[in-house]
Design a protein around this ligand. Structure first.
Ligand code: HEM
Length: 407
């Protein structure tokens, strides 16, 4: 039921792929189809103060960039929003924007927080949360899938992982929703800076409380661990709490709302899910390929390198488009169709290579829990109002999706 106008391939030179307004208000499928077929290594020209950057749209080339640690870094940012505006202030501290030995050390450390016991605990709590939210929505007969369901699922899971007190969870949800994207085109940037700073302040207090304690949550792990005998510095501790919260909350939310919309727009797939014709793990992968909560990854070239015959010079900004690679017709059969039974399905929704999403288990568990809950508890879904897309060039999803829901 999307009524967003489609940008045509002829308009390519006029649009700014780093613009949050473009991604919120327009459909770009035709542009990316054209790019994949004709200009797979496209240089978007500088616009005013904004530098130019490479737009890489084919699956094979995206793969090359993700794999190439020798020529690409995230230390100046891992998205256009930071790469084009002077870098990321968490560079060298937060995992996603750290490279080399330190990245390896901190990643190994954080991986320990995702123990099988912790994941089992979260899986049970996710099922309970999803069932509770769906039953409440069924009682009312209508709900906003984005606000009443999706917004409450990932936050619960990440807060379980970090053992955030129940009383603080609503407050953090409000902040994360403003840190990386906005609901309106004209929301002032101050909203996002304030939200980011409030989150950092919150975690700096929580880390202080947990220092020296014997709890085994992720915040305590960051507060008390040692690498080569030394604790993580304060910036690393705070930035990584922030990274887990942001990485874990918004992306999952958008995957869930996008999945609900895809099921509504594809009644045959909804029936296949309901009839038990598709394996839930397979269906989860297709929901993730389809919804693309992170539109692109960003890197800076550290040396001259050739990708798909195109010379990229040291210092240039490169963007790899997950939204395009996941629809690459040379890799995915009927790539523009939502097919829950699709296999193989090696999508880039969690990226690839050394920065492959650390929380992918959790992201998958969230979508799985929602598909499972919908299949068991819900008879029918119908869209009853226009959806609203968020304003962001990196995150992709809806802030509102009004639906009718029946048992
Ligand atoms: C990295 C997507 C859920 C934590 C990434 C990256 C992507 C991504 C695309 C790579 C960024 C890059 O290459 O620059 C997603 C999606 C999710 C999800 C689509 C949900 C559907 C989570 C969750 C957590 C998390 C639940 C935490 C509990 C992280 C972290 C990194 C990361 C810490 C940085 C890893 C590194 O740099 O080594 N995620 N993510 N993500 N994600 Fe996720």
């Amino acid at each position: 039921m999307s009524t967003r106008p489609m940008v045509s391939a002829d308009e390519l030179e006029d649009i700014d792929l780093a613009s949050p307004i473009l991604h919120a208000e327009y459909e770009l499928d035709a542009v990316f189809r054209h790019l994949r077929a004709n200009r797979p290594m496209y240089w978007q020209q500088p616009r005013g103060e904004q530098p130019g950057f490479w737009v890489i749209s084919r699956y094979a080339d995206v793969n090359e960039v993700y794999k190439d640690k020798a020529h690409f870094t995230t230390e100046n940012g891992n998205a256009l929003a930071t790469l084009l505006t002077g870098g990321d202030s968490a560079s060298g501290a937060m995992l996603a924007v750290t490279d080399g030995v330190r990245h390896h050390q901190v990643r190994n450390l954080l991986s320990k927080g995702f123990s099988p016991q912790m994941l089992e605990l979260i899986a049970n709590s996710l099922r309970e949360t999803v069932d509770g939210l769906l039953l409440a929505a069924l009682d009312r007969g209508e709900c906003d899938a984005a606000r009443d369901i999706s917004a409450k699922v990932p936050l619960g899971a990440i807060c379980d992982l970090l053992e955030i007190p129940q009383t603080d969870r609503e407050y953090l949800l409000g902040l994360t929703a403003h840190a990386w994207s906005t609901d309106y085109a004209d929301e002032p940037p101050e909203e996002s800076w304030v939200a980011k700073n409030e989150i950092l302040l919150y975690f700096s207090k929580l880390l202080k409380e947990r220092r020296g304690g014997d709890r085994d949550d992720m915040v305590s792990l960051l507060a008390n661990c040692r690498i080569d005998g030394h604790p993580l510095n304060a910036a690393e501790q705070i930035a990584n709490c922030y990274g887990l919260m942001i990485g874990g909350d918004e992306t999952g939310r958008h995957a869930i709302t996008g999945t609900v919309l895809a099921l509504i727009e594809n009644p045959d797939q909804w029936r296949a899910l309901k009839n038990g014709d598709v394996d839930l793990k397979t269906a989860t992968e297709e929901a993730l390929r389809w919804t693309v909560p992170s539109l692109h990854g960003g890197r800076k070239a550290t040396g001259d390198v050739v990708i798909n015959g195109q010379q990229i010079k040291a210092g240039e900004v490169v963007s790899v488009w997950i939204s395009s690679a996941n629809r690459d017709e040379t890799v995915f059969d009927a790539a523009d169709e939502f097919k829950l039974a699709r296999t193989p399905n090696k999508h880039f929704t969690f990226a690839y290579g050394s920065h492959y999403c650390l929380g992918h288990y959790l992201g998958r568990m969230e979508v799985y829990a929602v598909l499972d809950g919908l299949r068991r508890l819900v008879g029918d879904l119908e869209q009853i109002g226009e959806e609203r897309w968020i304003y962001s060039s990196i995150l992709h999803g809806m802030s509102s999706l009004p639906i009718k829901i029946t048992a």
